[in-house]
Design a protein around this ligand. Structure first.
Ligand code: HEC
Ligand code: HEC
Length: 254
């Protein structure tokens, strides 16, 4: 490489450095100026973010973090409770906690019986905090987690049933109703008027050739999109939901 070449490469590198510095540096500078102007940089002991409660919330250890929203309170199963709370100690065996699925560590504990273990888990037992530190767990949720953990280590416990399960089944969305809802809000735009050549709602003649390979085949095509029909008709929900809407639409022409 000649000296001139090397030099021009150096200055090219220098230029890139300056450009990068400008791209990154200018926004950061502006951000800092704004922060300073709005007082964000000053530590104000009177600010609401500096109360004891706010600080405590910020320094909360991960193990005692709030439960994730894997279900409404009281309805979480053993696995969900274990993974969001108990795992923080029982996975690694922290503070002498019997490890998950460690048959040796659990054998003597299992022989105490389910009721005793649940009682200990709910009320605390030596270094094991009550409810694993998650006070918002219901007793049943803790019991489900005990069953889940115990069974993983050779126990034969039954997780207490989720009381809301029956109610949940009733509240479950009827696919027929859901299908109509989606049709009315998304598919109708084309399939009611036949816009862009869409087979019309209730038009048997328009649908017959499309259904010759069966309803499922037609729905598969619609999920992938075809011609002026966008994939899933532009619907952003799940395939199951789209399926319900397609069934409702096709059902009108059968
Ligand atoms: C902060 C750590 C920690 C968390 C979180 C935790 N445990 Fe524990 N757990 C322990 C320790 C330590 C022991 C052992 C206590 C002993 O035997 O002295 C233990 C023991 C147990 C036992 C056995 C009790 C017995 O009588 O032998 C059960 C059951 C149990 N934990 C259930 C749970 C459940 C359910 C959760 C989640 C809801 C949970 N633990 C969360 C630390 C924890
Ligand atoms: C932007 C207009 C448009 C929207 C919105 C739309 N479709 Fe379509 N759809 C079409 C067109 C056009 C065709 C015909 C495509 C072709 O055959 O080239 C079609 C075809 C279909 C077919 C038949 C596929 C086949 O096998 O020929 C089904 C099923 C279907 N749409 C379902 C739906 C459902 C369900 C929705 C709503 C979630 C929906 N579409 C929303 C335009 C639309």
């Amino acid at each position: 490489m000649s000296e001139a070449q090397a030099e021009s490469q150096m200055s090219a590198k220098g230029l890139i450095g300056i450009i990068l510095a400008a791209i990154i540096g200018i926004p950061v500078f502006i951000y800092l100026v704004i922060k300073l102007a709005t007082g964000g940089m000053m530590l104000d002991a009177a600010s609401p973010s500096m109360t004891n409660e706010a600080i405590a919330a910020r320094v909360q250890p991960v193990g005692f973090a709030k439960l994730d929203e894997s279900g409404p309170p009281g309805s979480r199963n053993g696995k969900a409770v274990y993974e969001s709370v108990c795992l923080s100690c029982h996975d690694a065996g922290l503070a002498g906690a019997p490890k998950f699925a460690d048959v040796g560590a659990w054998a003597a504990r299992l022989s105490k019986g389910f009721a005793t273990l649940v009682d200990h888990a709910n009320k605390g037992f030596n270094a094991m905090p009550a409810k694993g530190g998650a006070a918002d767990l219901t007793d049943d949720e803790v019991a489900r987690a005990v069953a889940y953990m115990g069974n993983a280590a050779g126990g034969k416990f039954t997780e207490p049933a989720v009381a809301g399960a029956a109610a949940g089944a009733v509240a479950k969305i009827d696919p027929a109703v859901k299908g109509k809802e989606i049709y009315d809000s998304v598919c109708m735009a084309c399939h009611t008027s036949g816009a862009a050549g869409a087979p019309k709602f209730g038009d048997k003649a328009a649908w017959a050739p499309r259904l010759k390979d069966g309803v499922e085949a037609a729905i598969k095509i619609a999920i992938a999109g075809k011609g002026a029909m966008p994939a899933k008709g532009g619907y952003s929900g799940s395939d199951e939901e789209f399926h319900a809407a397609a069934e409702y639409l096709i059902g009108s022409a059968k």
